[in-house]
Design a protein around this ligand. Sequence first.
Ligand code: ADP
Ligand code: ADP
Length: 231
Amino acid sequence: MIKIENLSKIYNTGIVSVEALKNINLSIEEREFVSIMGPSGSGKSTLMNILGCLDKPTEGIYELDGESVQDMSDDELAEIRNKKIGFIFQSFNLIPRVNALKNVELPMIYAGVSANQRKERAINALQKVGLEERMHHNPNELSGGQKQRVAIARSLVNNPSLIFADEPTGNLDTKSGNEVMSIFQQLNAEGVTIIMVTHEFDIAMHTKRMIVCRDGKIIEDKPVENQIIIK
Ligand code: ADP
Ligand code: ADP
């Protein structure tokens, strides 16, 4: 699904240039569930932004489902994102004065889905994360864990084959964090590929493969032994 070869990313900020990723090689197959770890500044966000088609490499190859992403225009990248990728963030990124249902419907408005279809698919997605009874609540009436579940529902409505989650449990207590990981495990079992950045080793233990970055390189990449599975 994902193939990265000799990929580098250099940020030029006028006076200094920073090599955020140095000659990285990485393959990720369909249905994998990957955690990316590593200290601050090690290149995790840069890698996620490139993998998620939000940014392009300076050098090297990035193929997503056989398509060469590194040569695409911004419009083509946006189309790929809308078509096959869901994003989840540490700070939820919900729209404040709009209820859960409308928040979940939003990506379908951009995708041109009809109003009836939008509502039906949004309710289905909210059911999937166990929040249909909260659909008329605004984000400020929801707990952190509930907000993140709304964000997950929103990421699902265009049926992505790939989900990127950036510190999805970073603002959550252990119980809510485990609920999020449980939903990810369920989605992964249904066939969605999930790539997640986390600082927490315990959270990474819920995934199937652990990648560790340091100084713009991948220094460790291995299967998780004794994966914690939430029933
Ligand atoms: P992490 O997510 O692991 O904290 P980042 O990918 O954010 O790492 O950063 C990797 C390196 O690239 C750091 O040295 C950071 O300062 C630098 N960097 C990240 N984004 C930019 C940018 N937009 N402009 C310049 N330097 C950047
Ligand atoms: P920490 O130093 O964060 O407490 P540990 O001592 O538990 O971490 O683990 C040391 C290293 O071994 C970590 O970098 C981690 O990548 C690896 N590791 C530990 N347990 C597992 C496991 N079950 N599966 C894969 N890697 C593991």
